[in-house]
Design a protein around this ligand. Structure first.
Ligand SMILES: [Zn+2]
Ligand SMILES: [Zn+2]
Length: 346
């Protein structure tokens, strides 16, 4: 075991504070990663505050991790010391269920091993990226291509793949009209990736406050959803809408914006159940769907794609001591567009 500095929430809703944690010894197939940067995902806050149910404390959040390999186990073949690597939302899975065998580890029927707020295969709690290093099985480590700076690459490990996977699955590309609903940490990645895939991209945001950014990042159009005229004007327009919104939504209204057989895919999750008139999907043969991060192989594909297209996250780099203020600002949507912790400051 090695003792490592980290930032942890000691209990639900308690402010994060500097502490130390134990990391397991580097096993045969393990990679020790010196963490350089860790993104702050909104789900870090949900979990640290037990918004999604009972959680494990102390909690070291962080599943948008970028760093450098500093040690490898004797059985490791994919990575060597000095490699630039990342870790996303999970650090292991059962490897035996149908989904794991099909290369869809993100949907492991056992739930897999989350990067933090989970129990590892050694029976110990997992601790995430707000720390100075992490030990991960090589099969759950991603390679960050040379063209991508580690700081702007970190948020790709959750926010990037969360948008890339549904955009690919529902064929965002040339000739397709894609709307990104919400212009935050997730949404801004959706704009960049959908644009790079060749789709015609529209941002649907509550107001026009971030319009200039949206157009700069690759959107062709930008509409305020607070304006009822938006829904009249855009009726029947989109092949695909990806919703990143976790506030309550009028799904019936958004479904009218789809073309026949279009799809509305949710990656944001409102806490309350939704109300849906099923004629909203029956008429027009529409799809209302969901998507959760991506597999290891697809996450690697996404990183390679982003490097080839010069895509990183738009970030505000902070020191670890600013994490509690950053949480407050994320909750009031006051970040453009992702906070990233410089873990050298822990
Ligand atoms: Zn996340
Ligand atoms: Zn599995």
């Amino acid at each position: 075991m090695t003792t490592v500095a980290a930032y942890a929430a000691p209990a639900a809703k308690a402010p994060l504070e500097r502490t130390t944690i134990e990391r397991r010894p580097v096993g045969e197939f393990d990679v020790l990663i010196d963490i350089k940067f860790a993104g702050i995902c909104h789900s870090d806050i949900h979990q640290a505050q037990e918004g999604w149910g009972e959680a494990i404390f102390p909690m070291v959040p962080g599943h948008e991790i970028a760093g450098i390999v500093s040690e490898v186990g004797p059985g490791v073949t994919k990575y060597k010391v000095g490699d630039r690597v990342g870790v996303g939302c999970f650090v292991d899975s059962c490897r035996e269920c149908g989904n794991c065998k099909a290369g869809q580890e993100q949907y492991c029927v056992t739930g897999g091993v989350p990067t933090y707020n989970g129990i590892g295969k050694d029976g110990e709690p997992t601790y995430g990226g707000y720390s100075q290093n992490i030990v991960v099985d090589e099969n759950y480590v991603l390679r960050i291509p040379d063209g991508l700076s580690l700081d702007v690459a970190a948020p790709l490990l959750c926010a990037g793949i969360t948008l890339y996977s549904p955009l690919k699955r529902w064929n965002a590309g040339p000739g397709k009209k894609v709307a990104i609903l919400g212009m935050g940490g997730l949404g801004h990645m959706g704009v960049k990736i959908a644009h790079a895939l060749g789709a015609e991209v529209t941002v649907l945001s509550q107001s026009l406050r971030k319009q200039e950014d949206g157009l700069k990042l690759g959107a062709d159009h930008y509409y305020a959803t607070s304006d009822p005229k938006t829904f009249q004007e855009l009726q029947g327009t989109f092949d695909l809408i990806v919703s990143t919104v976790s506030a309550p939504l009028d799904f019936n209204a958004y479904l009218t914006l789809l073309k026949t057989q279009g799809a509305l895919v949710n990656v944001g999750a409102p806490e309350e159940p939704i109300s849906l008139n099923l004629f909203s999907v029956i008429g027009g043969g529409k799809t209302l769907a969901g998507s959760m991060i991506g597999s290891i192989a697809e996450t690697q594909e996404m990183l390679d794609f982003c490097a080839a297209h010069g895509i990183g996250s738009e970030i505000e780099l902070i020191e670890a001591s600013e994490v509690n203020t950053a949480y407050e600002r994320v909750q009031s949507s006051d970040v453009r567009y992702r906070f990233v912790i410089d873990t050298a400051t822990i």
